[in-house]
Design a protein around this ligand. Structure first.
Ligand SMILES: Nc1ncnc2c1ncn2[C@@H]1O[C@H](COP(=O)(O)OP(=O)(O)OP(=O)(O)O)[C@@H](O)[C@H]1O
Ligand SMILES: [Zn+2]
Length: 751
């Protein structure tokens, strides 16, 4: 066997290496990088991706097994994407195979064949067969094979071939094509259908808004670099028209024949967003990617991007891995949103990958937000990203007035203070809409006994059970355990049970009772399932005048409800005090986003934030909607404590059924890592430190105990060096099926 008949294959398994297989000569002719193969692996058969042709063998050549089948004759994944995922799998310490296969649409993972006929063109086998000598060849075809003759004649009339799809719609069969090919009369090749160039529309079109000066300036800066890499942070207050800026930038690149990738958090990929893009870019071939799509939709979207038949892809996190022919720009909307971080399996950060990707494609990337992540904030401050700012809302629209109402000593009704209720009343009376925000579903988060202090807790998690009035049940929001709600205390058996705290159902019940004639819409994960329902609700809300909207962040982020003039935050303090060093950042981002839903059209907006800590500096700054102050303060604190972005961290998580075994395993890993650091390595990793094991924020979830270790180094490259040197240490801990160890690089959440 020649080494040239070998390939390296990445398999969707946690093992980090790639595997050698051999091909027959015939297979070798057809094999390409990025094509799939079916291979034997132990006593299983797996689908893998070819990541190297003719490599040097990594094991004794006689032990290399042949593949079972070559599935594709053209790549399902282009080379540039394989390179990107190779980098990402290294950075995030995942196996290359797992990274590649998590990027591919699911049907590809299961070995489904790539549909080629749409793109296959057939023509005469020139120069042997031509229109001039056609009769000679026709006479070689069997007399009664009329269809074959007709097919050959048809092909002779087209100089550059005919798509297989067109031939089939003319009534020709695949078998006839194959027979003529066997006779060497015709040939086929895969071609990419041309797409029409995008045409800029007249600027007097009604869908196109006249940008204000700030917007114009932002667009100008972002397109001035033309086609070369530059990251921009578009910091624009809520309702300042960031989307219009994105659209203008995208159009600039479409006109030049480029494609655009737009990443949005799951919650923002609403039909309104799509309509807005379609209305503004009517000639753009738009495709979407989100978790609710079925397999064939995903496959089609993938094909369309790969062949440049789609010019704009709007998608959630994993859209960052779509193949593009000619990528012109990347937009990351609400770049601070933590849903860009994948929280299990291949734990990548789509924002960071997108920036890397823009570098590879040599194109600009625009990160937009009213409340940028501290990472991007600092990158802009250090001039790594160019800062573009929008400080005003277009037209004469003002930012809302924010008022803090201290509820420490006030009587509350269903969590609402008297002045809050009064304001709600006055906005409703004026025919406006009120959005009541409460980041907790269910009726009440705690059921307790007033006699003995018993609290209803989940049997499987370290968490309280939430009472849901629908069905009179207690439910765990972490593992979905559910039980019917007791009428007596489970400890002292007295009927002295009491519900504490508010969830959306309780606020809904109270408001429904108080304003029986006002339409009320509750929007949370229990009441709204799926995009269509949200879409219907959205239209109903738009059609109403005075109305009450009660909901969780599902309602509070990214939406544009023009009639909402009052936003009420029922309980602001959840999340202000937490062991998570990012808690204050996330808290401020959410509250400023929620506040930004008020007064987005002509009517001025008002925001009421109820809190028990109205003097807290963060809440004070939120009430001025002064995110800059918050970001600067938090950045200063992080710098003092050398926390990210002023250092790099990695969490090594352990999850197991037995608490002490899990703890001990992590402790042993920590010890091994510490003793493994000789002085030279110490220098290399900049005196990196390791802490823990500590219990996760939720120490037990679904009967598994969770601990984590934290590695910290001054910089990301140092972290990368350290991680590659401790790989063998981690691999040495024989995989214990009872305990799962995973690495989370640049984590956004503690456990
Ligand atoms: N130049 C403009 N002239 C008039 N209206 C505009 C202009 N730019 C944007 N708008 C309108 O302002 C509203 C808010 O714009 P958009 O949704 O783009 O803001 P945003 O910055 O993305 O807001 P958020 O971050 O709060 O989601 C929209 O209704 C939009 O049509
Ligand atoms: Zn639970």
């Amino acid at each position: 066997m020649q080494p040239t008949q070998l390939i390296k294959v990445a398999l969707p398994i946690p093992l980090k290496q790639t595997f050698d297989y051999q091909l027959s000569e015939k297979e070798l002719e057809k094999a390409t990088l990025g094509a799939r193969v079916k291979v034997p692996f132990g006593n299983r058969q797996l689908i893998g991706l070819i990541v190297e042709l003719s490599p040097r063998p990594s094991i004794d050549i006689t032990r290399i097994k042949p593949i079972i089948e070559l599935i594709d004759e053209s790549p399902v994944m282009p080379e540039h994407l394989i390179l990107l995922l190779r980098w990402a799998s290294k950075y995030y310490q995942a196996s290359l195979g797992e990274a590649l296969f998590s990027a591919l649409p699911p049907p590809f993972r299961h070995g489904k064949a790539l549909k080629q006929e749409k793109y296959r063109k057939w023509q005469l086998n020139t120069p042997d067969v031509t229109a001039e000598n056609l009769n000679v060849h026709l006479s070689q075809i069997r007399k009664n094979a009329e269809k074959q003759k007709e097919l050959l004649t048809t092909l002779s009339q087209s100089s550059d071939g005919i798509y297989e799809q067109s031939l089939r719609s003319m009534g020709f069969k695949l078998q006839q094509l194959k027979t003529l090919k066997q006779k060497k009369l015709i040939t086929d090749n895969n071609v990419i259908p041309e797409i029409e160039a995008y045409k800029r529309r007249d600027s007097d079109d009604s869908d196109q808004l006249l940008l204000n000066d700030e917007q114009k300036q932002a667009v100008q800066s972002a397109i001035s670099g033309e086609h070369c890499f530059q990251a921009y942070l578009l910091k624009g207050i809520t309702g300042s028209g960031k989307t219009e800026v994105y659209l203008e930038i995208i159009e600039h690149f479409l006109v030049q024949g480029y494609q655009a990738l737009v990443l949005v958090p799951e919650i923002n990929l609403t039909p309104q967003t799509l309509l807005r893009f379609q209305a503004r870019l009517p000639d753009a071939k738009l495709v979407v990617h989100h978790s609710g799509m079925n397999n064939s939709e995903r496959l089609e979207a993938w094909h369309f991007c790969q062949t440049h038949r789609a010019s704009v892809l709007i998608g959630t996190r994993s859209a960052v891995f779509y193949p593009f022919k000619k990528l012109g720009c990347i937009i990351i909307d609400e770049e601070h949103d933590t849903s860009y971080k994948q929280q299990d399996g291949f734990r990548y950060h789509a924002r960071d990958i997108a920036v890397k990707r823009a570098k590879e494609h040599n194109c600009p990337v625009i990160l937009g937000s009213a409340t940028p992540s501290l990472e991007s904030y600092i990158n802009a401050r250090e001039k790594k990203y160019k800062l573009l700012t929008l400080n005003e809302r277009p037209g004469s629209i003002q930012l809302p007035q924010v008022e803090l109402i201290d509820i420490q000593t006030r009587p509350l009704q269903a969590g609402l203070a008297r002045p809050t209720i009064k304001s709600i009343e006055s906005h409703l009376k004026n025919g406006h809409q009120v959005l009541v925000f409460l980041n907790r579903r269910g009726f009440a988060p705690t059921l307790t006994c007033t006699e003995c202090g018993w609290i209803a807790k989940c049997n499987h998690c370290d968490a309280r059970l939430t009472y849901h009035n629908k069905g009179h049940v207690l439910r765990c929001h972490h593992c979905n355990y559910q039980t019917s709600a007791p009428n007596h205390c489970q400890d002292c058996h007295q009927s002295t049970l009491k519900l504490l705290g508010q969830g959306t159902q309780q606020t809904e019940a109270f408001l429904e009772q108080t304003y029986p004639d006002t339409p009320l819409f509750r929007i949370d994960r229990d009441s709204v399932s799926g995009k269509h329902q949200m879409e219907t609700l959205y239209h109903q809300i738009l059609a109403e005048d005075a109305a009450l909207l009660v909901g969780t962040q599902m309602l509070a982020k990214g939406h544009h409800f023009p009639k909402v003039t009052l936003v009420v935050v029922v309980a602001a303090d959840d999340g202000l005090f937490s062991a998570d060093f990012r808690a204050e950042e996330k808290f401020s981002q959410l509250l400023i986003q929620v506040s930004g839903r008020a007064g987005r059209a002509q009517q001025p907006g008002q925001v009421i934030i109820q809190t028990r800590h109205s003097h807290h500096a963060i809440l004070q700054a939120i009430s001025r909607l002064d995110y800059d102050h918050i970001a600067t303060t938090l950045a200063h604190e992080r710098e003092l404590m050398t926390l990210p972005p002023f250092s790099a961290i990695t969490n090594i998580r352990g999850e197991g059924k037995n608490e002490s075994d899990t703890f001990t395993l992590l402790q042993n890993i920590a010890e091994k890592i510490t003793t493994g650091l000789d002085t030279k390595q110490q220098r290399l990793v900049g005196g990196g430190s390791i802490s823990g094991p500590l219990p996760s924020l939720l120490p037990r979830k679904a009967d598994r105990y969770r601990f984590y270790l934290t590695l910290k180094t001054p910089t990301k490259p140092q972290m990368q060096k350290w991680l590659s040197s401790i790989q063998t240490i981690l691999a040495d801990f024989t995989p214990n099926p009872q305990i799962r160890i995973s690495l989370d690089i640049d984590p956004v959440e503690i456990g």
